[in-house]
Design a protein around this ligand. Structure first.
Ligand code: ATP
Ligand code: MG
Length: 255
């Protein structure tokens, strides 16, 4: 039996009268790379935010490293969060901090590492994601979208986390840059032996970075399979989604 490092059991999350997650179950095993796919607005980012404790779930339980995070003290939660890196959808870099300060934010605030050492680590991470160290003093607004993603990736891995979340790591990038990011994710996850939970609309990216893929639909995981099984499945929802068909069981909500 493998031991899940992240375990969501019966999670429900509502906003007002809208139920976004409806008794959702999800498990990610140690060292595994799992990708969640699903339509826009189905609750993929909300799922990650619930795991990180940025949103409070209505019911169910979230276990990380065998700890129920809802029942953990603030200190225990902080200890858990220190072992997690996150690449937010849209990069979400701090505008007022330069590149190295963005990358080292968690090292200085979370791990209380001295500025000079944190800067050295930040620059090492910059080169790991294929950027030159001379951009360390630039601000996010001075970078292209692809560079911002890489800086956000460097920030996500700065503390050598045991778990990394990637929310839409390739969205908005050209196909070549998307592949550069896919390769970086694969190399980094393998190199630091991290467990990865990612979200993407980009099916090609999902197939490249995932061991397993799960599809979220109407608040639940409706399909999980190996990356290699995605194209072969008979699941009608998955087939419609990956081929982008307008006809099928998935209702298209244009409002
Ligand atoms: N803080 C919030 N308050 C109210 N509603 C929210 C909040 N955050 C998310 N939602 C709603 O929850 C639903 C799911 O949002 P979420 O951001 O998880 O979608 P998603 O699956 O990540 O979509 P996308 O692929 O477009 O990023 C949406 O209807 C959204 O409006
Ligand atoms: Mg999202």
């Amino acid at each position: 039996m493998t031991n899940p490092i992240i375990k969501l059991s019966n999670i429900t999350k509502t906003f007002g009268d809208k139920t976004i997650l409806n008794n959702l179950d999800l498990q990610v095993n140690k060292g595994e790379s799992l990708v969640i796919i699903g339509g826009s607005g189905t609750g993929k980012s909300v799922t990650l935010k619930c795991i990180l404790g940025l949103l409070k779930i209505d019911s169910g339980s979230i276990n990380i490293f065998d700890r129920d995070i809802e029942k953990s003290s603030i200190n225990e939660k902080q200890e858990i969060l220190k072992k997690i890196g996150m690449l937010f959808q849209g990069s979400a870099l701090f505008d007022s901090l330069n590149v190295w300060q963005n990358i080292s934010f968690g090292l200085i605030k979370g791990k209380r590492i001295k500025q000079s050492l944190a800067k050295e680590i930040a620059i090492e991470k910059l080169t790991q994601v294929g950027l030159k160290k001379d951009i360390a003093n630039l601000y996010p607004s001075e970078l292209s979208g692809g560079m911002q993603k890489r800086v956000a990736l460097a920030r996500a891995i700065a503390t050598d986390p045991e778990i990394i979340f990637f929310d839409e790591p390739t969205t908005g990038l050209d196909p070549i840059m998307a592949n550069v990011i896919n390769d970086l994710i694969n190399n980094i996850v393998r190199k630091i032996g991290a467990t990865a939970l990612s979200i993407t609309h980009d099916i090609e990216s999902a197939k490249k970075i995932a061991d397993k893929i799960s599809m979220l639909h109407e608040g639940k995981i409706i399909w999980t399979g190996l990356s290699s099984e995605l194209e072969k499945t008979n699941n009608k929802h998955v087939k419609q989604f990956i081929h982008g068909k307008t006809e099928g069981p998935i209702e298209i909500n244009l409002t």
